[in-house]
Design a protein. Structure first.
Length: 173
């Protein structure tokens, strides 16, 4: 009987220790999953903040570049372009180029398609404006065609902004 009591005692102690060990391992697994979920949530939040900052800068810089093109066309018509006018246009172009480059690296494909369409239109108008400024327009390029093309960019910017807002989960009215 003493052997039976010892076996029962050993099994009881082993069960108690084993149960504690299993509970500890389960708690560790749960804690690891919790940490992984928190990290994943933080990563999503950081990615959203990164895109929001990029989209805000790109929206601002694209609008300023479009406005600078419009202003440059007015200056060309009314008084002639000075170095300060060229510098202002080139500064707006450079700011847009930098934010566009950032968007190329972080924007999802759907947003990037709208961003690229706006960038392409801005590049085409810039080329027209510079050729007109040098008095070397291509066939069919006039101040009027450049001005119309510049005005059409606003529609592309609205589409770009809508795509960025949708990506950020901002509800549209």
């Amino acid at each position: 009987m003493e052997i039976g009591a010892v076996v029962i005692a050993v099994v009881g102690v082993a069960g108690t220790l084993g149960g504690a060990l299993m509970t500890q391992r389960g708690a560790e697994r749960t804690k690891r999953r919790e940490i992984e979920l928190v990290r994943a949530h933080e990563e999503v939040r950081e990615n959203l903040a990164l895109r929001r900052g990029c989209y805000t800068a790109l929206n601002r810089d694209s609008r300023q570049y479009t406005t600078a093109l419009n202003r440059h066309l007015h200056v060309m018509r009314e008084q002639g372009v000075q170095d300060a006018d060229r510098e202002a246009l080139d500064a707006a172009k450079a700011a847009h180029r930098d934010t566009y480059s950032e968007a190329q690296m972080i924007a999802p494909d759907g947003v990037l398609a709208a961003v690229t369409a706006a960038n392409h239109a801005l590049t085409l108008v810039y080329g027209q404006v510079k050729r007109l400024e040098r008095d070397a327009p291509e066939a069919g390029e006039t101040m009027e065609t450049a001005s119309r093309a510049q005005q059409e960019i606003w529609d592309l910017l609205r589409e770009m902004r809508a795509a960025m807002r949708a990506d950020l989960g901002v509800a549209s009215d």
